[in-house]
Design a protein around this ligand. Structure first.
Ligand code: URA
Length: 210
C-alpha cells in the first residue's frame, strides 16, 4: 500500500480551520471542498491517460486525454458526499458511484447497505472518498467490495487518519494496488473511536447535526 500524507502549508492551514470547533458548517463544507481538490491533485497522479493529437491555433501537437474506461469516484455515505464536489471539480469526466456502509448488529462488521455502482468494474481505477479513516472498518469493506467487482486499483482520499486505521487497511489489503492519500496522519483513536486531535464527527459538522 502506498501512503501519501500531504505536506503543504495550504493543506495544513485549511485543516487547522476545519479542526477548530467554532468553524461553522458552511465554512466547513467550503473548506472540505477546497482540501479535497488539493488532495485530488495528488491522488490522480497515476490516472491513466492516452496520447491524443490536437491542433492549437499555431501548430499540431501531442497531449493526453483521460483513458477509457473513465475513473470512478465512490463517496462512502454519508460524510463522503461532502468530498464529492471537490473531487469532481478536478476529475469532471469521472463516473460517480455510491456506497452506504452500516455496521452489522450481529457480526459487528461493516456491511454495504446501499450501492449504486456499475455492475462491472473490470479495469476501472476507483477513488474512494471518506473524510475520516478511523478504525478502517468501512474503508476496508469498501475496498474489498470494489476489488470483488473487478476494480484494478483503488485510491482512498481521506482528510484525516488514525495510525491504527491506516495499519488495519494496510494489513487487510496486502498484495493489492491500494493508495491512501491523506491531509494529515493524526495521533490515535480514543476509546469512543474518534480520531485525536481530529475534528469531531465529520458528517455532523458537514451537515450541521450538532
Ligand atoms: N468518524 C468521524 O466522523 N470522526 C472521527 O473522529 C472518527 C470517525
Amino acid at each position: 500500500m502506498r501512503v501519501h500524507v500531504a505536506d503543504h502549508p495550504l493543506v495544513t492551514h485549511k485543516l487547522t480551520v476545519l479542526r477548530d470547533r467554532t468553524t461553522s458548517s458552511p465554512t466547513f463544507r467550503a473548506l472540505t471542498s477546497e482540501l479535497v481538490t488539493l488532495l485530488a491533485y495528488e491522488a490522480t497522479r497515476s490516472v491513466r491517460t492516452v496520447p491524443v493529437v490536437i491542433d492549437t491555433p499555431v501548430a499540431r501537437t501531442e497531449g493526453v486525454a483521460i483513458a477509457d474506461p473513465k475513473p470512478i469516484v465512490v463517496p462512502i455515505l454519508r460524510a463522503g458526499l461532502g468530498m464529492l464536489e471537490g473531487m469532481t471539480t478536478l476529475l469532471p469526466s469521472a463516473e460517480v458511484g455510491f456506497l452506504g456502509m452500516v455496521r452489522d448488529e450481529e457480526t459487528l462488521e461493516p456491511a454495504v447497505y446501499a450501492e449504486r455502482l456499475p455492475a462491472d468494474l473490470h479495469d476501472r481505477q476507483c477513488f474512494v472518498i471518506d473524510p475520516m479513516l478511523a478504525t478502517g472498518g468501512s474503508l476496508i469493506a469498501a475496498i474489498e467490495y470494489l476489488f470483488d467487482r473487478g476494480a484494478v486499483d483503488v485510491t482512498a482520499v481521506c482528510l484525516l487518519a488514525a495510525p491504527e486505521g491506516l495499519e488495519a487497511v494496510e494489513r487487510a489489503t496486502a498484495g493489492r494496488e491500494v493508495t491512501v492519500v491523506l491531509g494529515a496522519l493524526d495521533e490515535r483513536l480514543n476509546e469512543r473511536g474518534y480520531i485525536v486531535p481530529g475534528l469531531g464527527d465529520a458528517g455532523d459538522r458537514l451537515y450541521g447535526t450538532v
